[in-house]
Write a protein that binds this ligand. Structure first.
Ligand code: DP6
Length: 331
């Protein structure tokens, strides 16, 4: 934004962050701090692009902010904490900006709100585009913390490669960059396009408040996290795979025990899980995970990808599969 102008434009493209060790539950719901540590990979094959326009208010009064996803105006309350924090930051760093309103337009090349981590790439791209529009020069850590207010998984999308967000932490960090494990592959399966019935935010809170297994889940995640970090450092999928599996299955066990229970799985999700078990029994190293939705994501190495895709194709010919490698930070 120029000093003389009344408006600024910014743009960013960010990749979603897929967790190997899951964040599920909040230590602080106002600050949106995670109760569990998470370890994730940024996915190069999927992308959210966001444009932001910042307009200075001439009357000195805030005008309304607006966020459009695929042309559809979004509910304000989902974005309010993010914009509140962005304004707080600008008040400190760019006092000359004064009072302003924000308009954002965002679109992804994959379905939104269907358990494909669109909120991670969405809030990461929004944070970077706001920074760009205001010419604010926020640091990576500040951007990660800002994105976290919108969605905690988005804190991780600010970095490329393999990332972590510690329990109770404000910003994520990079563990290894995108070139660390060149053979590592992630296969994203789009099993259902429908938006999920219950948002991850609501489901997470329901789990925290009502699941008798919640405290055990939080405690156990810390051990899984350190085991996973060590296996990743050794690039050992035979050790990492079973830890990835424990993390998502224990997360879902906690959700199933909530009251009312949270069940994101569809019959086809279980079908893919069973097929992975079968492939493993035949010596193929493929490890699945799931998030807040029915989609299943697979981890493997490059040399097994072709075999896995043809097995999937034979049993589920209608499923869309995208093969990703560890991706880069937002641009
Ligand atoms: C299952 O980051 O979408 O994908 O912070 O409430 O916006 P909020 O939740 P969000 O939750 C992601 C949960 C998960 C696991 C993960 O990505 O770690």
């Amino acid at each position: 934004m120029t000093n003389s102008g009344t408006s600024g434009y910014g743009h960013s493209a960010a990749h979603p962050s897929l967790a190997l060790i899951k964040y599920w539950g909040k230590a602080d719901s106002v600050e949106n701090l995670p109760a569990t540590p998470s370890l994730a990979v940024t996915l190069d094959g999927l992308k959210t692009e966001t444009s932001v326009w910042i307009s200075r208010s001439t009357s000195g009064e805030n005008t309304t902010d607006a966020v459009f996803i695929d042309g559809v105006l979004q509910e304000k309350n989902r974005f309010e904490p993010f914009f509140r924090d962005f304004r707080k930051l600008m008040g400190k760093k760019m006092p000359g900006l004064g009072v302003f309103s924000i308009k954002a337009e965002s679109s992804s090349d994959f379905p939104s709100a269907a358990g494909l981590a669109s909120s991670s790439s969405g809030f990461a791209a929004l944070a970077c585009a706001c920074n760009d529009a205001a010419e604010a020069d926020l640091t990576r850590e500040e951007l990660s913390a800002l994105a976290r207010i919108g969605s905690a998984s988005a804190a991780r999308s600010l970095y490329g490669g393999f990332t972590s967000l510690g329990e109770g932490k404000k910003h994520a960090k990079q563990l290894f960059n995108e070139n660390w494990w060149p053979e590592f592959r992630i296969i994203i399966l789009e099993l259902e396009k429908e938006p999920k019935e219950i948002s991850s935010r609501q489901a997470m809170e329901q789990t925290r408040l009502t699941s008798p297994y919640y405290n055990a889940w939080v405690k156990d995640s810390v051990d899984l996290m350190s085991e996973a970090e060590a296996a990743l450092r050794d690039k050992n999928l035979e050790i990492l795979g079973p830890i990835i599996r424990k993390s998502y299955l224990r997360m879902f066990a906690t959700m199933f025990a909530a009251d009312p229970p949270v069940i994101y799985w569809k019959p086809v999700s279980l079908g893919v899980i069973r097929l992975c078990e079968k492939m493993r029994s035949e010596g193929i190293s493929v490890w699945e995970t799931m998030d807040a939705g029915p989609q299943v994501k697979l981890f493997c190495t490059e040399n097994e990808t072709g075999k896995i895709l043809s097995r999937l194709e034979a049993v589920f010919p209608d499923i869309r599969a995208r093969v990703c490698t560890p991706g880069s930070a937002p641009v």
